[in-house]
Design a protein around this ligand. Structure first.
Ligand code: HEC
Ligand code: HEC
Length: 119
C-alpha cells in the first residue's frame, strides 16, 4: 500500500513537472515575435502560410534556412514593418471586425511587389 502510494505521488509529480515544462516550452517556442504576441505556434503557422501565399513566395523568401527566429534577411524585416503598417491601418481606418479589412493580399495580390499602375 505504502509503496503504491509512493509510486502514485512520484507519477503525479512527474506528470506535473513534465506538464509545466511542456507549457513553458510552448510559450518559449516563439523566440523573436514582436507583432504576433500571444499567438501559439499553430496560429502563427496559419498566418505564415497566408503571408507566403499573399506574396506568392515560399518561407525562404523571408527566413534564413533552418533558423526561423533570425532577422538576417531584409525581406523578413520589411515584412515585419508591413505587418505593423497593416495593424495600424486596420486599427485607425477599418476598425469594424466584420467589415472588409486590409491584408497583405489587398496590395500584393500574390506578387512580391505590388503593382502601382493598372495592367
Ligand atoms: C513575407 C515574409 C515571411 C514569409 C513568406 C514567412 N514568414 Fe515566418 N515570419 C516572418 C516575420 C516578419 C516573422 C516575425 C513576426 C513577428 O515579429 O511577429 C516571422 C516569424 C516566424 C516564426 C517564429 C520564429 C520565432 O520563434 O521567432 C516561424 C516559426 C515562422 N515565421 C515560420 C514560417 C514558415 C514555416 C513560413 C512558410 C510557410 C513562413 N514563416 C513564411 C516573415 C515571413
Ligand atoms: C498598402 C499596401 C501594402 C500592404 C497592405 C502590404 N504591402 Fe508589402 N509592399 C507594398 C509596397 C508598395 C512595396 C514595395 C516597397 C518598395 O519597393 O520599397 C511592398 C514591399 C514588400 C516587401 C519587399 C520589400 C522590399 O524591399 O523589396 C515585403 C517582404 C512585403 N511588402 C511584405 C508584406 C507583408 C508580409 C504584408 C502584410 C503583413 C504587406 N507587405 C502588406 C505595399 C503593401
Amino acid at each position: 500500500m505504502r509503496r503504491s502510494m509512493t509510486t502514485l505521488i512520484l507519477a503525479t509529480t512527474l506528470l506535473i513537472a513534465g506538464g509545466s515544462s511542456f507549457f513553458q516550452a510552448r510559450a518559449a517556442g516563439l523566440k523573436n515575435v514582436h507583432v504576433h504576441e500571444g499567438y501559439d505556434k499553430q496560429q502563427l503557422m496559419g498566418q505564415m502560410k497566408i503571408y507566403a501565399r499573399s506574396l506568392g513566395v515560399k518561407c525562404g523568401y523571408c527566413h534564413v534556412k533552418g533558423d526561423f527566429p533570425s532577422d538576417d534577411k531584409a525581406n523578413k524585416r520589411a515584412a515585419r514593418s508591413m505587418m505593423k503598417m497593416v495593424k495600424s491601418l486596420n486599427r485607425d481606418y477599418f476598425p469594424d471586425p466584420d467589415g472588409v479589412r486590409v491584408t497583405c493580399f489587398t496590395c500584393h495580390q500574390g506578387k512580391k511587389l505590388p503593382l502601382n499602375t493598372p495592367e
